[in-house]
Design a protein. Structure first.
Length: 91
């Protein structure tokens, strides 16, 4: 998988988590934490969308598109976020 695809995938999954958090009703004591978690998810989704846009504007030979380290980190993040969603939905 390319770094561009992985960045867009992570961005979409974080946006999905933020949307799912908006469907949760929090007790008044934890409402601020829910809003903060939502904001963090939206901010990270925006950051990964910017990374995806950056990688898509570069040539396939650019270091960002060829970096195995970047692809490995993005792959681990994508797997972790997918696992987090599955645990939240199935758990």
């Amino acid at each position: 998988m390319t770094a561009r695809f992985l960045a867009w995938y992570i961005s979409g999954m974080l946006a999905l988590i933020a949307i799912l958090l908006s469907l949760v009703t929090f007790v008044p004591e934890a409402q601020l934490r829910g809003i903060i978690a939502q904001g963090v998810c939206w901010a990270l989704a925006g950051g990964f969308a910017v990374l995806g846009k950056f990688c898509s504007r570069r040539s396939p030979e650019h270091w960002a598109n060829r970096s195995l380290l970047l692809q490995g980190v993005l792959t681990m993040l994508a797997a972790g976020i997918t696992w987090l969603i599955l645990l939240g939905v199935l758990g």
